[in-house]
Design a protein around this ligand. Structure first.
Ligand SMILES: [Zn+2]
Ligand SMILES: [Zn+2]
Length: 269
Protein backbone atom coordinates (compact mmCIF):
# COMPACT_ATOMS: atom_id res chain seq x y z
CA UNK A 1 0.00 0.00 0.00
CA UNK A 2 1.09 3.56 -0.56
CA UNK A 3 0.08 6.92 0.93
CA UNK A 4 0.58 10.23 -0.87
CA UNK A 5 -0.97 12.68 1.56
CA UNK A 6 0.68 12.81 4.98
CA UNK A 7 1.25 15.76 7.31
CA UNK A 8 3.93 16.04 9.97
CA UNK A 9 4.81 18.70 12.54
CA UNK A 10 6.07 20.89 9.72
CA UNK A 11 2.37 21.59 9.15
CA UNK A 12 0.94 23.95 11.75
CA UNK A 13 -2.10 21.73 12.26
CA UNK A 14 -0.33 18.35 12.53
CA UNK A 15 1.10 16.57 15.56
CA UNK A 16 3.11 13.60 14.28
CA UNK A 17 6.86 13.72 13.63
CA UNK A 18 8.32 12.71 10.27
CA UNK A 19 10.44 10.13 12.02
CA UNK A 20 7.33 8.69 13.70
CA UNK A 21 5.46 8.54 10.39
CA UNK A 22 8.31 6.58 8.79
CA UNK A 23 8.48 4.07 11.66
CA UNK A 24 4.71 3.63 11.73
CA UNK A 25 4.52 3.22 7.94
CA UNK A 26 7.19 0.50 8.04
CA UNK A 27 5.37 -1.25 10.92
CA UNK A 28 2.14 -1.12 8.93
CA UNK A 29 3.84 -2.65 5.90
CA UNK A 30 3.39 0.35 3.58
CA UNK A 31 5.60 0.18 0.49
CA UNK A 32 5.75 3.87 -0.28
CA UNK A 33 4.96 7.16 1.45
CA UNK A 34 5.01 10.74 0.32
CA UNK A 35 5.15 13.44 3.00
CA UNK A 36 3.02 16.39 1.91
CA UNK A 37 3.24 19.16 4.47
CA UNK A 38 1.25 22.35 4.02
CA UNK A 39 2.37 25.52 2.39
CA UNK A 40 -0.44 28.05 2.15
CA UNK A 41 0.20 31.72 1.53
CA UNK A 42 -1.64 34.27 3.59
CA UNK A 43 -4.53 35.47 1.37
CA UNK A 44 -3.08 38.98 1.70
CA UNK A 45 0.12 37.71 0.08
CA UNK A 46 2.29 38.01 3.21
CA UNK A 47 3.93 35.09 4.96
CA UNK A 48 2.13 33.43 7.84
CA UNK A 49 1.85 30.33 9.97
CA UNK A 50 1.01 27.95 7.15
CA UNK A 51 4.38 28.69 5.56
CA UNK A 52 6.61 25.68 5.22
CA UNK A 53 10.09 25.97 6.67
CA UNK A 54 11.54 24.51 3.51
CA UNK A 55 15.17 24.23 4.63
CA UNK A 56 14.34 22.48 7.91
CA UNK A 57 11.80 20.28 6.14
CA UNK A 58 14.37 19.23 3.53
CA UNK A 59 16.95 18.55 6.21
CA UNK A 60 14.61 16.32 8.19
CA UNK A 61 13.40 14.56 5.06
CA UNK A 62 16.98 13.78 4.04
CA UNK A 63 17.78 12.52 7.54
CA UNK A 64 14.73 10.21 7.54
CA UNK A 65 15.42 9.00 4.03
CA UNK A 66 18.93 8.02 5.05
CA UNK A 67 17.58 6.16 8.10
CA UNK A 68 14.54 4.46 6.57
CA UNK A 69 14.95 4.67 2.79
CA UNK A 70 16.07 1.05 2.48
CA UNK A 71 12.89 -0.19 4.22
CA UNK A 72 10.31 1.97 2.48
CA UNK A 73 10.15 4.09 -0.66
CA UNK A 74 10.12 7.71 0.44
CA UNK A 75 9.02 10.71 -1.56
CA UNK A 76 9.38 14.37 -0.76
CA UNK A 77 6.09 16.09 -1.40
CA UNK A 78 4.15 19.24 -0.68
CA UNK A 79 0.52 20.22 -0.31
CA UNK A 80 0.47 23.66 -1.86
CA UNK A 81 -2.56 25.83 -1.16
CA UNK A 82 -3.77 27.36 -4.42
CA UNK A 83 -5.50 30.76 -4.49
CA UNK A 84 -6.35 32.19 -7.88
CA UNK A 85 -5.21 35.74 -7.04
CA UNK A 86 -1.78 34.51 -5.84
CA UNK A 87 -0.80 32.04 -8.56
CA UNK A 88 2.23 34.08 -9.72
CA UNK A 89 3.52 34.38 -6.16
CA UNK A 90 2.98 30.66 -5.58
CA UNK A 91 4.87 29.86 -8.75
CA UNK A 92 7.76 32.04 -7.55
CA UNK A 93 7.76 30.31 -4.20
CA UNK A 94 8.14 26.88 -5.84
CA UNK A 95 10.73 27.93 -8.40
CA UNK A 96 13.93 26.89 -6.65
CA UNK A 97 12.46 24.06 -4.55
CA UNK A 98 12.91 20.39 -5.05
CA UNK A 99 9.97 18.00 -4.63
CA UNK A 100 8.99 14.58 -5.96
CA UNK A 101 5.31 15.41 -5.86
CA UNK A 102 3.11 18.48 -5.47
CA UNK A 103 -0.48 18.17 -4.37
CA UNK A 104 -2.51 21.26 -5.27
CA UNK A 105 -5.33 22.01 -2.84
CA UNK A 106 -7.85 24.78 -2.43
CA UNK A 107 -8.33 25.87 1.20
CA UNK A 108 -9.26 29.54 0.62
CA UNK A 109 -11.87 31.07 -1.66
CA UNK A 110 -11.94 34.81 -2.29
CA UNK A 111 -9.44 35.27 0.58
CA UNK A 112 -11.65 33.47 3.12
CA UNK A 113 -10.78 30.06 4.55
CA UNK A 114 -13.23 27.19 4.14
CA UNK A 115 -12.74 25.99 7.75
CA UNK A 116 -14.55 28.75 9.66
CA UNK A 117 -18.13 29.99 9.58
CA UNK A 118 -17.50 33.17 7.66
CA UNK A 119 -17.41 31.71 4.17
CA UNK A 120 -20.87 30.14 4.59
CA UNK A 121 -22.56 33.11 6.25
CA UNK A 122 -25.71 34.22 4.43
CA UNK A 123 -24.96 31.82 1.59
CA UNK A 124 -27.11 28.97 0.32
CA UNK A 125 -25.35 25.66 -0.05
CA UNK A 126 -25.68 25.92 -3.81
CA UNK A 127 -23.99 29.35 -3.83
CA UNK A 128 -21.17 28.31 -1.48
CA UNK A 129 -20.43 25.08 -3.37
CA UNK A 130 -20.58 26.85 -6.75
CA UNK A 131 -18.24 29.59 -5.58
CA UNK A 132 -15.80 27.01 -4.25
CA UNK A 133 -15.86 24.83 -7.38
CA UNK A 134 -15.37 27.87 -9.62
CA UNK A 135 -12.25 28.72 -7.62
CA UNK A 136 -10.95 25.15 -8.02
CA UNK A 137 -11.46 25.45 -11.76
CA UNK A 138 -9.79 28.89 -11.94
CA UNK A 139 -6.74 27.61 -10.08
CA UNK A 140 -6.16 24.39 -11.98
CA UNK A 141 -6.83 25.91 -15.38
CA UNK A 142 -4.37 28.77 -14.83
CA UNK A 143 -1.70 26.96 -12.85
CA UNK A 144 0.51 24.08 -13.95
CA UNK A 145 3.05 23.48 -11.21
CA UNK A 146 1.19 20.70 -9.41
CA UNK A 147 0.79 16.95 -9.98
CA UNK A 148 -2.50 16.01 -8.36
CA UNK A 149 -5.63 17.90 -7.27
CA UNK A 150 -6.18 17.36 -3.53
CA UNK A 151 -9.57 16.57 -1.98
CA UNK A 152 -11.71 17.96 -4.81
CA UNK A 153 -14.86 18.22 -2.66
CA UNK A 154 -13.15 19.37 0.56
CA UNK A 155 -15.92 21.92 1.17
CA UNK A 156 -18.10 19.01 2.31
CA UNK A 157 -15.85 18.61 5.35
CA UNK A 158 -16.30 22.10 6.70
CA UNK A 159 -19.59 23.47 5.35
CA UNK A 160 -22.33 24.38 7.81
CA UNK A 161 -25.24 22.70 5.98
CA UNK A 162 -27.12 19.63 7.20
CA UNK A 163 -26.90 17.99 3.81
CA UNK A 164 -23.23 17.90 2.88
CA UNK A 165 -23.61 15.89 -0.32
CA UNK A 166 -22.09 17.17 -3.52
CA UNK A 167 -24.12 15.48 -6.24
CA UNK A 168 -22.61 15.43 -9.70
CA UNK A 169 -25.95 16.40 -11.25
CA UNK A 170 -26.18 19.62 -9.24
CA UNK A 171 -22.74 20.87 -10.30
CA UNK A 172 -22.03 18.83 -13.42
CA UNK A 173 -20.82 21.72 -15.62
CA UNK A 174 -18.06 22.81 -13.28
CA UNK A 175 -17.13 19.30 -12.10
CA UNK A 176 -16.82 18.10 -15.69
CA UNK A 177 -14.68 21.14 -16.56
CA UNK A 178 -12.41 20.39 -13.60
CA UNK A 179 -12.06 16.69 -14.44
CA UNK A 180 -11.45 17.37 -18.14
CA UNK A 181 -8.82 19.98 -17.31
CA UNK A 182 -6.92 17.50 -15.13
CA UNK A 183 -7.03 14.91 -17.91
CA UNK A 184 -5.98 17.38 -20.61
CA UNK A 185 -3.06 18.60 -18.48
CA UNK A 186 -1.98 15.08 -17.56
CA UNK A 187 -2.56 15.66 -13.86
CA UNK A 188 -3.84 13.24 -11.25
CA UNK A 189 -6.98 13.42 -9.19
CA UNK A 190 -6.56 12.55 -5.52
CA UNK A 191 -8.66 9.90 -3.77
CA UNK A 192 -8.60 11.25 -0.22
CA UNK A 193 -9.55 8.64 2.34
CA UNK A 194 -10.02 11.02 5.27
CA UNK A 195 -13.73 11.22 4.39
CA UNK A 196 -14.61 8.67 7.07
CA UNK A 197 -13.30 10.77 9.93
CA UNK A 198 -15.39 13.72 8.75
CA UNK A 199 -18.49 11.52 8.45
CA UNK A 200 -18.96 12.17 4.74
CA UNK A 201 -18.75 8.69 3.20
CA UNK A 202 -15.80 6.56 2.14
CA UNK A 203 -13.71 8.72 -0.02
CA UNK A 204 -13.29 12.23 -1.41
CA UNK A 205 -14.38 12.96 -4.05
CA UNK A 206 -17.33 10.57 -3.84
CA UNK A 207 -17.53 7.36 -5.85
CA UNK A 208 -19.97 9.09 -8.21
CA UNK A 209 -17.38 11.72 -9.18
CA UNK A 210 -14.54 9.19 -9.34
CA UNK A 211 -16.61 7.13 -11.79
CA UNK A 212 -17.28 10.23 -13.86
CA UNK A 213 -13.53 10.91 -14.00
CA UNK A 214 -12.95 7.37 -15.33
CA UNK A 215 -15.81 7.79 -17.81
CA UNK A 216 -14.19 10.97 -19.15
CA UNK A 217 -10.90 9.10 -19.63
CA UNK A 218 -9.16 9.87 -16.31
CA UNK A 219 -6.56 7.29 -15.36
CA UNK A 220 -4.18 9.08 -13.01
CA UNK A 221 -5.19 8.84 -9.37
CA UNK A 222 -3.17 9.40 -6.22
CA UNK A 223 -4.24 7.96 -2.88
CA UNK A 224 -3.81 9.70 0.46
CA UNK A 225 -4.94 9.52 4.08
CA UNK A 226 -4.46 13.26 4.80
CA UNK A 227 -3.30 12.13 8.25
CA UNK A 228 -2.35 14.84 10.75
CA UNK A 229 -1.89 12.48 13.73
CA UNK A 230 -0.61 8.93 14.18
CA UNK A 231 -4.18 7.72 14.90
CA UNK A 232 -5.33 9.11 11.58
CA UNK A 233 -2.34 7.55 9.88
CA UNK A 234 -3.20 4.13 11.31
CA UNK A 235 -6.29 4.00 9.07
CA UNK A 236 -7.14 0.75 7.26
CA UNK A 237 -6.29 1.32 3.59
CA UNK A 238 -7.10 -2.06 2.03
CA UNK A 239 -10.82 -1.48 1.69
CA UNK A 240 -10.27 1.58 -0.48
CA UNK A 241 -8.57 -0.52 -3.11
CA UNK A 242 -11.85 -2.42 -3.65
CA UNK A 243 -13.79 0.82 -3.81
CA UNK A 244 -11.39 2.28 -6.36
CA UNK A 245 -11.43 -0.92 -8.46
CA UNK A 246 -15.20 -0.79 -8.49
CA UNK A 247 -14.99 2.81 -9.69
CA UNK A 248 -12.95 1.52 -12.65
CA UNK A 249 -9.35 2.31 -11.71
CA UNK A 250 -6.68 -0.24 -12.53
CA UNK A 251 -3.65 1.69 -11.24
CA UNK A 252 -2.60 4.17 -8.58
CA UNK A 253 -0.11 6.85 -9.56
CA UNK A 254 3.18 7.47 -7.80
CA UNK A 255 5.69 10.25 -8.49
CA UNK A 256 9.43 10.57 -8.41
CA UNK A 257 11.15 13.83 -9.40
CA UNK A 258 7.72 15.02 -10.53
CA UNK A 259 7.46 12.13 -13.02
CA UNK A 260 4.39 9.89 -12.72
CA UNK A 261 4.45 6.12 -12.79
CA UNK A 262 1.67 3.57 -12.45
CA UNK A 263 1.35 0.92 -9.78
CA UNK A 264 -1.19 -1.84 -10.59
CA UNK A 265 -4.00 -1.68 -8.07
CA UNK A 266 -3.89 -5.43 -7.46
CA UNK A 267 -0.30 -5.13 -6.23
CA UNK A 268 -1.49 -2.85 -3.44
CA UNK A 269 -2.68 -4.71 -0.41
ZN1 LIG B 1 -5.81 20.07 2.35
ZN1 LIG C 1 -3.69 17.77 3.74
Amino acid sequence: MIDYHIHTKFSKDARQTMDGVCKQAIDMGLKEICITDHWDMNPSGKSFDFDLNYDEYSKEYNRCKKLYGDKINMRKGLEIGLQSHLLDEIEKLLRDKDFDFILGSIHYVNKIDLFGKQFYKNKSKKDAFTEYLNEVYRCISRFDNFDSLGHLDVIRRYCRYDDKDLKLNDYSDTINKILKTLIRKNKSLEANIAAGRFGIGNIQPSEEILKQYVKLGGKKLTLGSDAHTSEQFAIERGKYINILSECGFTHITGYKNRQPYFIPIDELE
